[in-house]
Design a protein around this ligand. Structure first.
Ligand code: URA
Length: 260
């Protein structure tokens, strides 16, 4: 990897909340060992700023293949970092006028599971990270319920800037922002996407159906399995949605495990 993509990768990781990034002895960022795990630093890992470690012998074929897999993950992270940088100064729609930050997305670039919400709320707008308010706390629990952590999934929104007063994003705003999401899906390349709530589901599926009509069936989006469930904010308003959401997440867990 050249110096520039590494710098972009580090910027990106810092942007999505990883204050310190570690390199393992092969020079890969921590948590990329199997390409799908979180980004927690291993004990004894080296800071990225540290000098690269030297390797004595020539790499074996297996090591080379592994290094290529890592390089491609790193390249995808670098590409996302560059896009996040571009989004930071985006003026493609009126939402740029009142935003405090652009909430690009966060999580593991090698995630098997991607959540897509509607758009940032007030706290997300302040912090620059998706789902950090009350709905986000519930999303964290929903993720934990299927034995995953936020570091193991990728979280994004349909629009990257807060619609004033948390109104629904308007069609032209959705269109203006769509390119960012398409690239996020392409580069994360998850196995399963969960659309959170009506607005996300209608946008991704290109319809105007009710949430109830869209639930309970698998869709394909760019070859990725997609399931629709309730938005966590809806669960905060109506606890009756918790059980069906849990049932949806069990389907997601089974699909990820290859048993559903
Ligand atoms: N609701 C969303 O749809 N996205 C967020 O990031 C926060 C709340």
């Amino acid at each position: 990897m050249t110096e520039q993509p590494l710098a972009s990768l580090l910027d990106y990781l810092a942007e999505v909340g990883y204050g310190e990034v570690y390199l393992n002895s092969a020079g890969n960022s921590a948590g990329e060992a199997d390409g799908r795990t979180g980004q927690t630093a291993p004990a004894g890992g080296q800071r990225a700023a540290a000098e690269p470690t030297s390797r004595g012998a020539e790499p074996s074929a297996g090591e080379t293949a592994e290094a290529q897999a890592h390089a491609s993950l790193s390249d995808r992270a670098a590409a996302l970092a560059a896009l996040a940088g571009e989004a930071r100064s985006c003026q493609r729609c009126r939402l740029c006028e009142k935003r405090q930050t652009v909430v690009f997305g966060s999580g593991n670039v090698g995630a098997e599971l991607m959540f897509i919400g509607e758009g940032p709320g007030a706290q997300e707008d302040r912090q620059g990270l998706p789902f950090v308010g009350p709905a986000g706390a519930l999303l964290t629990k929903i993720i934990a319920a299927i034995d995953l952590t936020r570091d193991e999934v990728y979280i994004a929104n349909i629009v990257k800037c807060r619609p004033p007063g948390n109104r629904d994003p308007r069609p032209d705003e959705v269109v203006a922002c769509r390119g960012y999401l398409e690239k996020q899906i392409e580069w994360v390349a998850p196995k399963v996407i969960v659309a959170l709530g009506r607005v996300a589901a209608q946008t991704l599926l290109g319809n105007d159906f009710s949430l109830g009509r869209m639930r309970n069936q698998w869709y394909q989006l760019h070859g990725v399995d997609l399931l629709v469930t309730y938005h966590p904010a809806a669960l905060l308003r109506n606890s009756g949605y918790k059980r069906p959401t849990w049932e949806d997440m069990q389907k997601v867990r089974d699909r990820l495990r290859g048993t559903g």
